[in-house]
Design a protein around this ligand. Structure first.
Ligand code: TYD
Length: 425
């Protein structure tokens, strides 16, 4: 890559996807105006054209009523709709790769500057943007916006976008053009409007522009908690948030996570296996983990993915070390060859009194072999976790799992996103 290379991105349809926010706000405005519900297909047409025009065209409103609808739309958009956005999966990886290659990156968009900056800041993308240029009432042509975004002396410049306006603007401004097909325009539209190169995913943008960059490390997150801590729900919520932020999430669990690991899981959780010795149990968990680390976790992290694991080593320490009383250090020793240095970058712990957790769990489903253990067992598991947290305060994010689902989800999201975005730099 040449020393002074600039990559300029269109925002909507290229880095982020605003469909959800726009359609929700149009629906909201229609509802508030007492209008009939619109089909999703019609609502989608609101993406792109001026709003007042769309309200007249698709809802048959008079110009005055359309203005009123726009006001209602904006009320919701500016507070909620703006953040009902998604960063395309792999965009973060691509921006990190370009940064590593030494490229300068910026945004050139037809969206007004206020919402543009709020979206970039909200999703933690602003740190990569050295230049952000938006349309104003008297300056909306992409060609001019592109010229404005560039410093003197830029040696190689690419405009990356999903619509013909981006490609045509790039051609007129005399820069290279790269069209992306995962946004709102087709490959045909992009090629016929001058796209020199085409990418079908954000990762492909990096492969085209900086093929020399490899080894963008992802991250490894685990979630832990006693049975009945609400871990399943919170994993789902966290995973949704991470998807929305453009992380490429690989879901996995222990015991299990690989075909071999899932077979081991069946043996471990089978209520028939009452004769299983505690040591056998601990070794089987470690065996499943050894496979998991090598077959799935390490390759995914090395490829820049975000591994989100439902339980990991800490579960063995708490359940076998604490619960079964094999000892914390003994269980750590058994697991040393299994994990071979691979530990989570961060572990979310759902902190809940084991009695409260069991009451919840038994109300929800039939208990399995481990869940049928006596209360003292679960008390020792809880204690095992607390010892681990005291030993590794940096790695653990402890969340009070007695709070409401919403509060827990918000707290986890905040802590995890903070750590992950720090790791990206
Ligand atoms: P699972 O059905 O996945 O329970 P949960 O939804 O609570 O995660 O069963 C996993 C059980 O296995 C759970 O009771 C904890 C236990 N376990 C251990 O005892 N040691 C371990 O190393 C792991 C990973 C899990």
């Amino acid at each position: 890559m040449k020393p002074n290379t600039w990559i300029l991105f269109d925002l909507d349809g290229t880095l982020t996807q605003s469909e959800e926010g726009i359609t929700n706000c149009a629906m909201y405005a229609a509802e508030k105006m007492g209008l009939p519900r619109l089909e999703m297909e019609t609502l989608r047409k609101f993406i792109g054209p001026p709003l007042a025009w769309s309200f007249q065209e698709y809802m048959g409103l008079s110009p005055e009523k359309a203005e009123r609808a726009v006001t209602i739309y904006r009320e919701r958009y500016n507070t909620v709709g703006l953040f009902e956005n998604r960063v395309y999966p792999g965009v973060r990886y691509m921006l990190r790769a370009l940064r590593k290659a030494g490229a300068h990156t910026g945004v050139v968009t037809g969206k007004p500057i206020g919402p543009t900056k709020r979206i970039l800041e909200h999703f933690g993308l602003m740190k990569w943007m050295e230049s952000v240029v938006s349309a104003t009432d008297n300056r909306a042509e992409k060609e001019h916006l592109i010229r404005e975004a560039l410093p003197d002396g830029a040696e190689e410049v690419w405009m990356v976008g999903d619509r013909k306006f981006d490609m045509e603007g790039g051609v007129k401004a005399g820069v290279h053009t790269l069209g992306v097909t995962y946004g709102y325009g087709s490959e045909e539209e992009l090629v016929s409007s001058g796209a020199e190169r085409i990418a079908h995913t954000p990762r492909e943008i990096a492969e085209i522009l900086c093929p020399e960059v490899r080894e963008i490390r992802g991250a490894f997150l685990s979630m832990e908690g006693p049975d009945g801590s609400g871990k399943g729900t919170q994993l789902e919520r966290l995973s949704d948030t991470l998807d929305r932020w453009g992380f490429e999430v690989v879901h996995t669990r222990e015991p299990g996570g690989t075909p071999i690991g899932e077979k081991i899981r069946e043996i471990l959780l089978d209520p028939e296996n009452k004769a299983m010795a505690d040591e056998t149990e601990a070794l089987l968990y470690a065996a499943s983990r050894a496979q998991h680390v090598r077959e799935k976790i390490r390759p995914a992290v090395a490829a820049g993915k975000l591994v989100l694991c439902d339980r990991f080593l800490d579960s063995s320490v708490a359940y076998q070390g604490g619960g079964r009383q094999l000892g914390i250090d003994e269980v750590l020793a058994i697991n040393e060859p299994a994990v071979d240095g691979t530990l989570p970058d961060m572990t979310v712990y759902l902190d809940i009194d084991h009695r409260v957790a069991m009451a919840r769990r038994c109300a929800a489903s039939e208990p399995d072999r481990l869940e049928l253990e006596a209360e003292s067992f679960h008390a020792r598991v809880e204690d095992g976790y607390h010892q681990l947290i005291a030993r590794n305060p940096e790695r653990f994010a402890v969340v009070d799992a007695a709070k409401s689902r919403e509060e827990i989800a918000a707290e986890i999201a905040e802590k995890v996103l903070k750590r992950l975005t720090e790791m990206e730099d």
